[in-house]
Design a protein around this ligand. Structure first.
Ligand code: GUN
Length: 290
């Protein structure tokens, strides 16, 4: 077993971004600017947005937070998005998910200017990704690919099993890894809640990506010895520690790490990379590279 150190790799990416932003400011140009919309007071969403703001600050990227009460109307959100879409001083916009049930999140995401959609959730960006055209890639799948690239884990011809078919992680990462490219050129099996013989499929994986949203779901008996394990889960489990909880992933780390090859820890694996990927996209939006 070898740890894939997402924290160290993401710090390196943030250093690279910081250097680029400093060069922009040295040329007397304005810094890249990321806006975030946060609705309600879901603790997990608040933590994610706070981490994104902190990462912006540490790299010199300007960040603005537009915070709304849970009861905000869809109309009001759409009008703020319209304002941000037309503000030439804002390069990227994310709307933290999930949104309250009275708001149609598909409509909200579709209202974001695709050229500012640094989350890569807009149908235009997802469609372009499907076609292999330049687009903003969703941050978590992009972070996973960057992690594989920088850890020199070869994916060509490998059998990759993805657990979970969400629009944010499982479906896009499966597509991205099966496309031509490096990382890419893999044979991908996308598994979900209705998959038969899940264990039989998992044990064939050279690379197993767990994005199923269930703590400790992947057991050692599901893993081929030496397989690469990418754990996307982030679960807060209450315990009797001073903090009152600990963070764990979709993989039963203690047992799996005894038999697998390289593995991402939780925390300090994929989560750190997601934010680094968002900053990379923000810089790309600033440079109008699409
Ligand atoms: N909720 C969970 N993950 C994400 C993400 O990557 N972006 C946004 N906007 N919301 C999320």
């Amino acid at each position: 077993m070898k740890l894939i150190d997402g924290k160290t790799i993401s710090e390196k990416i943030k250093e690279e971004i910081k250097t680029e932003v400093a060069a922009i400011i040295d040329r007397d140009e304005r810094a890249p600017h990321l806006a975030a919309i946060l609705v309600g007071d879901d603790p997990a969403s608040q933590t994610y947005v706070a981490s994104k703001e902190k990462a912006c600050k540490s790299t010199g990227i300007t960040s603005s937070l537009y915070k709304f009460e849970e009861k905000v109307s869809e109309k009001e959100l759409l009008s703020v998005i319209d304002f941000i879409n037309n503000d030439n001083d804002i390069d990227g916009l994310i709307v933290q998910q999930p949104l309250p049930p009275h708001i149609n999140s598909d409509r909200v995401v579709a209202s974001i200017n695709p050229l500012k959609d640094v989350d890569g959730f807009h149908p235009v960006n997802l469609g372009k990704m499907m076609l292999g055209l330049p687009s903003f890639l969703p941050a978590t799948p992009m972070g996973i690919l960057e992690l594989l690239r920088r850890s020199k884990i070869d994916t060509e011809g490998k059998h990759i099993v993805v657990l979970g078919r969400s629009n944010i992680v499982g479906t896009p990462v499966a597509l991205m890894l099966s496309r031509k490219g490096n990382p890419g050129n893999a044979t991908v099996t996308l598994c979900h809640s209705k998959t038969d013989n899940l264990n039989d499929l998992c044990i064939q994986a050279d690379i197993l990506i767990a994005a199923i949203g269930k703590p400790g779901f992947v057991k050692a008996s599901m893993v081929k010895p030496g397989a690469v394990i990418i754990d996307v889960g982030i679960h807060r489990i209450e315990d009797k520690s001073e903090k009152g909880y600990h963070i764990t992933g979709d993989v039963e780390f203690k047992e799996v790490s005894k038999i697998c090859g390289p593995i991402t820890p939780v925390p300090g694996g994929v989560g750190a990379m997601t934010i680094a990927a968002l900053l990379m996209n923000t810089l790309k939006a600033y440079r109008k590279e699409l």
